[in-house]
Design a protein around this ligand. Structure first.
Ligand SMILES: Nc1ncnc2c1ncn2[C@@H]1O[C@H](COP(=O)(O)OP(=O)(O)OP(=O)(O)O)[C@@H](O)[C@H]1O
Length: 508
């Protein structure tokens, strides 16, 4: 007989007076593993949040059958709640300092001496306690499963993006959940780690922990047995994986229409730049970065000429973000290396702001640490001043330009909303507009499309192409997905364990 595990009956969720999810019906049985797909991204996330039982619902019932036996047997009179058996691994982490007072800031990991108040991977995982009396996952086994042993003594903030995502899954497992909820667990991982994570999810599912994850149709892991498709505010299909065939609807606009629709606004919004003073935007000669006895970058020599478009590739932890931190002025080790930016040698009296003024930048770290109390308009405006948030008066013209960028990104209605009120994909769009608003000489895009749905993804790829074509923006683009790389990219550099493994020219 089938045993129910989790069920939603006629659930409605309302936010700010508007229903954001309507008549949700869903049934999961013991032994099943589910993927949530469909669009928009925020609806998938909302469904995961409803499953946690922490999101207030306006109507309907959420039944956490998997917790019935746990709730029925309080051994020592302690308060028990189904929350003890659910773990949600969101897209962004919320690590705090050991003293729990400090929120990290995004350049912090490049300043190694400032990291003393931060737990190591081992300390952090050992500090987590499981409320589930049935312990399937012990800390040491979890560290081994997620290949965290080599990172055991590292401070949390020093981890690369991909390393952090592995740690977040480990932190969830040591709580020994019966239900593990994962928001796009494969995003930000390199091809090999994605493959390995699929195997890890399989091990987790076989251990008895049941999984529900939000993902794209292309990335449904093999362990998944059932799929639910969400469209807008409701679930439109659900059932065994082999029976549910769903792919995103064709994009309303073709590539050439998109190009054409961007052409006019870009010309209007961006003044033609005067010819650059220098033909070379970035020149690194035998660059080395070391933290303690660990060599992170080893003898990197790389030249980026004005108007070139590069893809920077490499496995998680290869050193890509560290390399970019040297270019965008966030890493003090730039001074001890031979680096020339925009025709000027680093350490020759230039300020960090002289450098930042010429660079538009987006990265997962910037998104992680950007103050979420800023409004969408403030975020975009801060791009004029290269500050992480807006802290000064702006002119009417600047305000108008920022509004026009928001409009181009389809977000005019969000101008006065705080980032915290926006879904992660809309937050990301604000940061992308922030990066391009001042028409930078160099655009550094470190996994810019992370978490965007296909429509926004295509829009942004085309925008980058147009910026490169019309304005001649120099580009450095990082992505773990080959299909993400914009068409204008013709040069590739690949790092492997801190060294250059490949440098090529690939013309279409
Ligand atoms: N301050 C630091 N001290 C010690 N190690 C560090 C420090 N900062 C980064 N690292 C390590 O350097 C390596 C390279 O990190 P980096 O973030 O540059 O990798 P990445 O190629 O961008 O990876 P990902 O694709 O996962 O984002 C990682 O193993 C990381 O743990």
């Amino acid at each position: 007989m089938n045993t129910p595990f989790l069920a939603l009956t006629d659930v409605t969720v309302t936010k700010e007076g508007q229903p954001v999810a309507k008549n949700l019906n869903f049934k999961m049985e013991r032994g099943q593993q589910w993927a949530i797909t469909g669009y928009p991204e925020e609806s998938k996330r909302l469904l995961l949040e409803v499953f946690t039982g922490r999101t207030p619902i306006t109507r309907g019932i959420v039944r956490h059958y998997y917790a019935d036996d746990y709730l029925a047997q309080p051994e020592d009179g302690t308060y028990r709640n189904h929350h003890d058996l659910v773990c949600y691994v969101p897209f962004h982490h919320h690590f705090r300092s050991k003293s729990n007072v400090q929120n990290f800031y995004y350049q912090q990991r490049f300043n190694s001496t400032e990291a003393e108040d931060v737990a190591t991977v081992t300390e952090y995982l050992h500090s987590i306690t499981s409320k589930n009396p049935v312990i399937t996952w012990k800390t040491n086994d979890v560290m081994e499963l997620l290949a965290l042993d080599p990172l055991a003594d590292k401070n949390l903030i020093k981890l690369s993006n991909g390393e952090t995502r592995r740690l977040m899954i480990a932190a969830a497992l040591v709580r020994n959940p019966r239900l593990l909820l994962l928001d796009h667990p494969l995003i930000g991982l390199d091809v090999e780690t994605r493959h390995r994570l699929n195997g890890i999810l399989d091990t987790i599912a076989r251990s008895g922990t049941q999984i529900i994850l939000a993902t794209t149709p292309e990335e449904i892991p093999p362990c998944i047995t059932h799929v639910a498709v969400i469209q807008g505010d409701t679930v439109i299909a659900q059932g065994p994986k082999r029976e549910i065939k769903w792919s995103p609807p064709e994009l309303a606009t073709s590539q050439s229409q998109l190009h054409q629709s961007l052409h006019g606004p870009i010309r209007r919004l961006l003044e033609p730049r005067p010819p650059e003073d220098s033909k070379v935007v970035v020149e690194l000669k035998n660059v080395t970065v070391r933290y303690g006895d660990k060599l992170i970058l080893d003898g990197i020599t790389w030249r980026v000429a004005t108007g070139e478009a590069w893809a920077l590739q490499g496995h998680n932890g290869a050193g890509k973000s560290t390399l970019l931190s040297l270019i965008n002025g966030d890493n003090p080790q730039a001074y001890s290396n031979n680096i020339t930016l925009f025709g000027r040698k680093r350490g020759s009296g230039e300020s960090i702001w002289d450098i930042k003024r010429q660079i538009g930048y987006v990265s997962p770290e910037l998104h992680q640490y950007f103050p979420k109390t800023q409004t969408a308009l403030q975020v975009v405006l801060s791009g004029f001043f290269d500050t992480v948030g807006l802290f000064r008066k702006v002119s009417a013209a600047q305000q108008e330009t920022a509004l026009q960028w928001l409009q181009l990104f389809g977000m005019a209605d969000t101008a006065s909303l705080r980032l915290a009120q926006l879904s992660p994909d809309r937050q990301r769009l604000c940061l992308l507009a922030r990066a391009v608003i001042k028409n930078p000489t160099l655009l550094i895009l470190d996994e810019p499309c992370q978490g965007l749905g296909p429509q926004h993804h295509d829009f942004f790829k085309n925008l980058v192409d147009e910026l490169h074509r019309i304005v001649g923006t120099t580009l450095i683009y990082v992505s773990h997905y080959a299909e993400d790389i914009p068409a204008c990219v013709t040069k590739y550099i690949r790092l492997e364990k801190g060294k250059i493994a490949e440098k090529t020219d690939r013309h279409a």
